[in-house]
Every structure is written in structure tokens, then in C-alpha cells.
Design a protein around this ligand. Structure first.
Ligand code: SF4
Length: 329
């Protein structure tokens, strides 16, 4: 499989806005330093054509920010994004436009991401006409086909988003993404807001579309169970950094990083043979003040003195496996 998208040393920092007192302090000669959140900290990741890469971590770990960088919604503070081998920052306008159509994002809350004043026919059919993928005269058939493809009746095309259930709205969001003929879909907690029974249906739809259209997915979720169900490879993220990466089966059967083990400990299993791991204790620290050294050390049952000062780099354990931890694998 060829690499479709490559992230190299990607970081994203957000500065906390100073308040009135801090601004006044600066004016009278005081020195107030702006606080910076390192939401994404030096991440490298390659996504191959046709595969599903899962990105897992607790809320606030930076996975959604990384998804937005991949889909071009947010610029990175540092690092390089290569699409089809070409650096995104050096692309021509036409190449960047093509990339922005080929990498689409599906969000968690379909109601918030669909324009409530537009009919479904316009929500789905507007972009492909504007971008010249179809003619105006082809729009009705094109939208009807997409609605069928995502399991909705084309007779609903003249309705508004509020006239649908949550699961149906997510299907409309998927149809809108498909309308511009994407190659990569970034799913950001795309089933998290749905009822459990509907989640399974939408997951199956994602997998059917992958087969039919040869799609590539970056599937972002806090739920290790869901990600394990559909991903070929999984990246585990903690406070802005990838701490473990590998093929799904190997990583779930033999996790190496203490954080991955902790996440797996909380995953229900019907198999009594599954290894037992120590669950993670405590809350994730604020990304404004991450612990020094290994960010995970205050919660890690295996922490050693060097973990408090020395950042563990992501190192290869095998050609397909890497981990950021001072422990021997
Ligand atoms: Fe735990 Fe140390 Fe490994 Fe971090 S580097 S996960 S604190 S053992």
C-alpha cells in the first residue's frame, strides 16, 4: 500500500488569551508570560491508501486537533503535512483545493455541522456543483444516489436537518462528505453522540463504503473497543503525543505502553483468557501544565525517577510497532 498522507513532526500550540489584569501588568512594565497549550506535540504518522488508522485517547489529549490539521481546518504550528508525497504548504492553489476536497471530515454532532436552514438536497448537492464535479442538471440524480448509498430514502431530500433522527443526520453528514468524492475521511468521534444500536449501523456503513469506494479513514475516538473493531493500525495518544502505535491485533493482544494497558483494562471483554492490566488512576493533567518528562508519570504504576525528568521518545520496537516509554519492551 502506498502512503497517502504523511505527518512529520506536527505540533499545534494555542496561546491562552491574557486577561485585563495581565495586559495592564505588561503595560506598566511587568512581565507576564503568555501560557501555551501544546495540544499536539511533535507527531509523525503515515496513513496508507485504503487503510483505517484509529487514533485513541482520553478527552483533551489532542486527537481532534490532530484530525483538524489532517483535514486542513487548522494549520500546524510546526511540522510538515505531505499529501500524495507533496508538501501541503508548497502546493499550488489548485492542488490545495483538490486536497481539501479529497480529505473530508465527519464531526461528532451532526446537528451542529448541518445548516438548519438548508434542505438536505442543497446540503449534499451544493459543493459538487460549486467545485465542478457535476453539472447543475445532474444534481437531483447525484443527491438521490448518495442518499441511497448511505441508507436514506431520496424522498427525504426536501426535508430539513431537524426533521431527522440523530442517526439519519449522521448519514446526511456522510453523504455530504461523499458528495465531493473524497479519498480520506477523518471521522472525529463520529458515532459517539448516537445510541448504541445506531452506532453499530453507522459503523457498518463506514465499513461498507470503505469496500465500495476504496476509502481511507482516520478514525478518532476515545473508545478503544470501537477503534479496535474497524482499524488496521492504531495510534494511542496522551497529552499531545503518540505513546504507542502498531497493528491493531498485535497492539490489543500484547500492549507495551502502561497507558495502553490501562485503557485495555477498562475495556469489557467476554474472553476470560484476556490478560489483566492495571486500570489508570486519576485525572488527565491540564494540557496547560503537563507534567515534565513522561507526561504520564503521575498516573503510571511503573514510573521510575527518570520518568519525571526525561521525555521518552517514540522508538521502533519492530517495523510496524513503536512506543514511547523508558521500560524495556
Ligand atoms: Fe510509565 Fe515511565 Fe513509561 Fe512513562 S516512561 S509510561 S512513567 S514507565
Amino acid at each position: 500500500m502506498t502512503t497517502l498522507l504523511q505527518l512529520s513532526g506536527i505540533s499545534k500550540h494555542f496561546s491562552k488569551k491574557s486577561d485585563v489584569v495581565q495586559r495592564l501588568l505588561n503595560r506598566v512594565g511587568g512581565r507576564y508570560e503568555t501560557e501555551v497549550v501544546r495540544a499536539v506535540d511533535d507527531i509523525s504518522l503515515a496513513i496508507k491508501a485504503g487503510e483505517v488508522v484509529g487514533l485513541v485517547g482520553e478527552s483533551g489529549c489532542g486527537k481532534s486537533t490532530l484530525g483538524r490539521i489532517v483535514s486542513g481546518i487548522l494549520p500546524a504550528t510546526a511540522g510538515h503535512v505531505l499529501y500524495r508525497g507533496k508538501e501541503a504548504a508548497q502546493m499550488s492553489r489548485a492542488e490545495r483545493d483538490a486536497m481539501s476536497l479529497e480529505v473530508q471530515m465527519i464531526f461528532q454532532n451532526p446537528m451542529a455541522s448541518l445548516n438548519p436552514r438548508m434542505k438536505v438536497r442543497d446540503i449534499i448537492g451544493e459543493a459538487p456543483v460549486v467545485h465542478g464535479l457535476i453539472k447543475s442538471s445532474e444534481r437531483t440524480d447525484y443527491v438521490n444516489n448518495l442518499l441511497r448509498q448511505v441508507g436514506l430514502d431520496p424522498a427525504y431530500a426536501n426535508r430539513y436537518p431537524h426533521q431527522f433522527s440523530g442517526g439519519q443526520r449522521q448519514r446526511i453528514g456522510i453523504a455530504r462528505a461523499l458528495a465531493v468524492q473524497p479519498k480520506i475521511i477523518v471521522c472525529d468521534e463520529s458515532i459517539a453522540a448516537l445510541d448504541v444500536s445506531i452506532q453499530a449501523q453507522v459503523l457498518n456503513l463506514f465499513m461498507d463504503l470503505r469496500e465500495q469506494l476504496g476509502l481511507t479513514y482516520l478514525f478518532i475516538s476515545h473508545d478503544l473497543g470501537v477503534v479496535g473493531h474497524l482499524s488496521d493500525r492504531v495510534a494511542i495518544m496522551y497529552l499531545g503525543r503518540i505513546v504507542e502505535f502498531g497493528k491493531t491485533e498485535e497492539l490489543y493482544a500484547n500492549p507495551q505502553h502502561p497507558y495502553t494497558k490501562g485503557l485495555l483494562a477498562e475495556l469489557p471483554s467476554v474472553r476470560s483468557t484476556r490478560k489483566q492490566y492495571i486500570p489508570i488512576k486519576g485525572e488527565m493533567p491540564s494540557p496547560l501544565h503537563p507534567p515534565p518528562g513522561c507526561h504520564f508519570h503521575p498516573r503510571c504504576p511503573y514510573a521510575m525517577p527518570r520518568c519525571e525528568t526525561e521525555r521518552p521518545e517514540l522508538r521502533a520496537l519492530s517495523p510496524e510497532r513503536s512506543m514511547a516509554c523508558h521500560l524495556e519492551a
